[in-house]
Design a protein around this ligand. Structure first.
Ligand code: NAP
Ligand code: SF4
Length: 664
């Protein structure tokens, strides 16, 4: 198939607008919605995606009323004096050849502030505040407020509106018997519960005239007391009749206990839910969730599951996603690995979002795209993700870059992580980075542990040291026992663990190793069917026993997994619980002998028999080269784990590498 014939690149009519291709950048809160003074940053972020080929962009959610805001800070569009700030966004996107919708999101009981409102005073399991029940008069005013926001958005130059009707926010709360206990005309039967969203759609239609009206519909609720599949089809048809031009399918409520966007979710896992809606309506339907590769998107389009593809995170990872498809270089797309570490987790912790694999995202204004004024010879030592990021940025600015990697392959900790169930995309990300290095003209020398002499011989103008980390060894009597292995040997498959495993250290890596060993090393990617059975989607949960008996240990007190990602940690904790992994905190490691690992917990001594003891006790910086260079008076740029192993963290490592590489 030639690039031009890709289903992704085919135009499509949405309402009165013709979109040039099928790729929508879906809504994602950036954390800038509440900061009109930083809308230039938001404008640059969206404009880069429009220039990169996204046919349609949807902003993060703006609330129609003060009570509907997400957090205890602004983030509404409700007054005329707010309009002008938005023009910087719409003008930038239009100048870049794109189109942009404003998303109206009333958070309902999901708002993180004390003044939340909902159809009924029912507390959400993920919010400590109980919402106040809206009066009938307030409901009418809220409908008017949606129309008001839509009108203001059109004045600000937006190409239309997306009404957020999924994921458990106010509109979902009206629709579901789980959250709507009303006995008036806004509650009871499905028709009554749908009165609010349909009134909103009609009011917004009138406000936007012929501009695009997209409705984000919950294609699969994944909660008890949500809409059934038949209800959802009925709603989709009713929304179409009420005036929507486009349906964007969302999956699950935020309080669902089924993963919907994490790496544990197979690619396009929810395509059938989208297909069900598409087959019931005449307007175009957009699919989303875990679609991060062009071939997955193409398959969904050509198999008739969806008319358009909505991607949010993959457009953070690569603004040029569509252009790379058009230019026949889809294999250079920077892959979103579904880690959530710099996007969702940033938002949930009050930070502006970015992207772990693309630190430029939402920070575009901090990076230069200009060719370097003076071309330098740059040596980068260490082919982990920090070194790769540095080499890529420097290479793209025109420097002559050589990247040295002591191992056979580049990728470092990322390549190891690719062996963990749910992290398979890390391997694809490295493959793409390899090709991007090639395209940036970076010379990659693998299998070369470069020393100070060789570096001096090559006479680099700049040296970047990204030699990473060494795993911290265990230091107790018996630690040299052959049953004791480092986590790298387990992850790279050079050692196969026995049946009884003890894991020392319960950080991110300890948890990942436990999951790998419980699942079995050769499980491969989970199929959609296996995923559905595992999490009980449309059926009861089917749990498989762990492949090994596993005990995790840590010295500190408190629950396990507290340092895991905010939006993904719960999945890993649940998986290990379901596998029956034993976890012992406040353990003191005493010795290893023929009987096993001896530990003290409080005043009790326990011996843990073990065939394999895996050490996941954190990291120490591998910085001897940097120390040697500095001792000779040579200035070096130190990035990633080599600089600070204490918080070895791919997000920080890649950011540091990218910044140094870009500023040379
Ligand atoms: P980590 O999160 O710092 O965990 C290190 C573990 O080693 C801790 O549980 C610590 O627990 C233990 N430890 C520290 N010093 C020790 C010593 N001298 N002897 C025995 N145990 C010791 O480091 P990591 O697991 O290597 O992970 C590295 C980085 O990658 C982290 O930033 C992590 O967040 C990230 N990562 C995250 C994930 C995820 O979120 N899924 C997965 C992989 C990696 P005690 O002090 O309690 O014993
Ligand atoms: Fe994807 Fe992770 Fe980047 Fe978020 S931070 S966009 S999940 S790669």
């Amino acid at each position: 198939m030639s690039a031009a014939s890709s289903p992704i690149l085919q135009p499509i009519r949405v309402g009165k607008t013709t979109l040039p291709n099928r790729m929508v950048m879906g809504s994602m809160h950036t954390g800038l919605e509440c900061h009109p003074e930083r809308f230039d940053q938001l404008a640059r972020f969206y404009a880069d995606r429009a220039r990169g080929g996204a046919a349609l962009i949807v902003t993060g959610g703006f609330a129609p009323t003060y009570a509907g805001r997400m957090k205890d800070e602004p983030g509404t569009l409700e007054r005329a004096d707010q309009v002008s700030a938005h023009r910087v966004i719409t003008e930038a996107v239009h100048a870049a050849g794109g189109r942009i919708l404003l998303q109206i999101l009333h958070a309902g009981r999901y708002g993180y502030h004390p003044a939340i409102v909902a159809p009924s005073a029912v507390k959400s399991p993920i919010n400590r505040d109980v919402p106040r029940e809206l009066t009938p008069a307030e409901i009418g005013k809220t409908v008017d407020a949606y129309a008001n926001t839509a009108r203001l958005a059109i004045q600000a130059g937006y190409d239309g509106i997306e009404v957020m009707g999924s994921e458990g926010y106010l509109i979902s709360e009206f629709l579901a018997v789980r959250t709507n206990f009303r006995e008036d005309e806004w509650g009871g039967s499905l028709e009554n519960r749908a009165r609010f969203p349909l009134s909103v759609v009609r009011a917004v239609r009138e406000a936007v005239g012929e501009k695009i009206l997209c409705y984000r519909i919950s294609a699969l609720e994944l909660i008890e007391g949500g809409l059934s599949d038949d209800d959802t089809v009925w709603l989709a048809q009713a929304v179409e009749k009420a005036g929507a031009d486009l349906l964007s399918t969302g999956i699950g409520w935020h309080e669902s206990t089924v993963p919907t966007i994490a790496g544990a979710v197979p690619h396009a896992a929810f395509a059938n839910a989208t297909r069900r809606i598409k087959e019931a309506v005449g307007i175009p339907v957009t699919a989303s969730n875990r679609i991060n590769l062009p071939d997955v998107a193409e398959h969904l389009l050509s198999s008739g599951a969806a008319d358009l593809i909505s991607m949010a995170r993959p457009f953070l990872a690569d603004a040029d996603f569509v252009n790379k498809v058009r230019d026949a270089r889809p294999d250079q797309i920077n892959i979103c690995i579904a880690c959530n570490q710099a996007c969702l987790d940033h938002y949930f912790t009050g930070q502006v979002i970015s992207c772990l694999v693309n630190p430029r995202a939402a920070r575009e204004v901090e990076f230069s795209d200009e060719p370097a004024a003076q071309t330098k010879r740059v040596g980068v030592v260490g082919g982990g993700v920090a070194g790769i990021a540095a080499a890529l940025e420097a290479g793209r600015r025109g420097h002559a870059v050589t990247l040295y990697e002591g191992g056979r392959e580049i990728g470092g900790q990322f390549s190891l992580a690719a062996h963990i169930p749910g992290k398979e995309d890390y391997g694809l990300a490295i493959e793409s980075l390899r090709r991007q290095l090639d395209a940036a003209g970076v010379e990659v020398r693998t299998g070369q542990r470069v020393g100070i002499e060789a570096l001096s011989r090559d006479n680099y103008d700049e040296v970047i040291v990204s030699t990473g980390i060494d795993p911290r060894p265990l230091d107790i009597p018996g630690a040299n026992d052959p049953r004791v292995v480092g986590y790298t040997s387990i992850l790279d498959g050079s050692v196969t663990a026995g049946n009884r495993v003890v894991i020392i250290g319960a950080g991110g890596i300890g948890h990942d190793v436990a999951l790998l060993l419980a699942t079995g090393e050769h499980a491969g990617r989970q199929s959609v069917e296996q995923f559905e059975q595992r999490w009980g989607i449309g059926t009861g949960k089917t749990l498989h026993p762990a492949k090994r008996s596993i005990t995790m240990l840590k010295r500190s007190a408190g629950p396990f997994g507290r340092t895991l990602g905010k939006s993904t940690g719960w999945i890993l904790r649940q998986e290990l619980k379901d596998f029956g992994v034993r976890q012992i905190a406040e353990a003191q490691y005493l010795k290893i002998d023929a009987e096993g690992l001896h530990i003290a917990v409080s005043d009790r001594i326990e011996v843990l028999p073990a065939d394999t003891i895996v050490v996941c006790a954190g990291q120490v910086s591998a910085r001897s080269l940097a120390d040697e260079l500095e001792a000779r008076g040579q200035s070096v740029h130190l990035v990633g784990g080599a600089k600070l192993a204490g918080e070895l963290d791919a997000k920080r490592a890649i950011y540091e590498g990218a910044v140094i590489g870009n500023r040379l």
